[in-house]
Write a protein of this length. Structure first.
Length: 341
């Protein structure tokens, strides 16, 4: 275990002292954020604790099956932030900075000293009175699994399915560099306990609306290669989203497509937000640390997967990112391309 068992214990004590616990994760929730939230709710309900989850954006279609039975709210214009005031403890999962949960910063500020943070990102800003942070964990869901398993707090099959989904999606179905023995061991234990890996895959990956494929086609249409075809950049503006009938959440995974090109070592996807700002997602095959690049522009993430926001308009953001990324890519010697581990 990479997290001190005393910290696990302290976090559990905090939960046991609380009357009502709210679980929050980052905006644009992914499989890890949603799966971890569902699994924590599952464990807490087994233990008879009152708890509910708050997702900061709607659940992408592919993950709807995970939340079918959970007490999960979505932050919308109709959500009453005063509901948060009733909670006396908060668990922030798969995020470790105020920036990632900025829309609930106001209502959560009063709970800052009763905040448990469970995260595996490299960048954090000190958020959380108790920090269960381990950047060597393949997914936040893995920390959640180890936390409650070490305490003997049981998950039902619902929680285990959610954790398997968290682990599987954050490791790209056990293909990314974060797929280690620890992740596979936990996955094996989950399968041993009744999780069906292929059903999990089919439920998530074979559940898209046509809009998502239409958007992928649009993004690929915008693909341009720079720096000796080692840098791939794609862009999606609001008009493209509208034309496809797609939403922001449909852009998840699109960024991985150019990584199939042998010469590409960094992939970037720029998505225009309704307010005109541009969200930039970055992926790297390892030679360029995109977490550092993102951090230099106020963002963050992992060495091989990071993100940031930058000012619009799109054309200027696009030029800015090409300049920044091509400099970083061109600093990598060409012969290291094939040395990619
Ligand atoms: Mn994660």
């Amino acid at each position: 275990l990479s997290i001190d068992p005393k910290l696990f214990r302290a976090a559990a004590d905090r939960i046991d002292r609380a009357n009502e616990i709210v679980i929050v994760s980052h905006r644009r929730p992914d499989g890890d954020a949603i799966g971890s939230t569902v699994a924590i709710l599952d464990v807490l309900s087994q233990r008879g604790r009152r708890a509910w989850g708050l997702l900061l954006d709607s659940v992408p279609l592919r993950y709807r099956g995970l939340v079918a039975n959970g007490s999960i709210h979505v932050w919308t214009s109709t959500f009453d932030p005063r509901q948060i005031e009733r909670a006396d403890a908060v668990i922030v999962v798969d995020a470790a900075s105020w920036e990632q949960i900025d829309v609930v910063r106001g209502p959560l500020a009063a709970l800052a000293d009763r905040m448990i943070v469970v995260d595996h990102h490299e960048t954090h800003d000190g958020l959380g009175a108790i920090q269960l942070i381990d950047s060597t964990a393949a997914a936040s869901g893995l920390i959640v699994y180890e936390w409650f398993t070490s305490l003997g707090w049981p998950f039902s099959i619902v929680g285990l399915n959610a954790l398997f989904a968290a682990l599987a999606t954050d490791t790209g179905w056990f293909r990314f560099s974060n797929t280690d023995a620890r992740a596979l061991r936990a996955a094996a234990e989950m399968v041993q306990a009744g999780v069906r890996a292929h059903q999990c895959y089919e439920a998530i990956s074979w559940s898209e609306a046509p809009a998502r494929l239409a958007l992928t086609a649009k993004a690929l249409d915008s693909l341009s290669l720079h720096s000796d075809q080692r840098l791939a950049i794609m862009r999606i503006d609001q008009a493209a989203l509208a034309e496809c009938g797609a939403s922001r959440s449909d852009t998840e995974d699109v960024i991985n497509e150019p990584m199939r090109i042998g010469s590409v070592i960094v992939s970037a996807l720029l998505v225009e937000e309704p307010n005109g700002r541009v969200r930039v997602s970055l992926r790297s095959k390892g030679q360029v640390n995109v977490a550092e690049l993102a951090a230099s522009m106020g963002g963050g993430g992992h060495a091989r997967a990071a993100g940031l926001h930058t000012e619009g308009p799109m054309s200027e953001a696009y030029a800015r990112m090409i300049a920044l990324l091509s400099t970083a890519v061109e600093a990598v010697p060409c012969n290291s391309v094939k040395a990619n581990a």
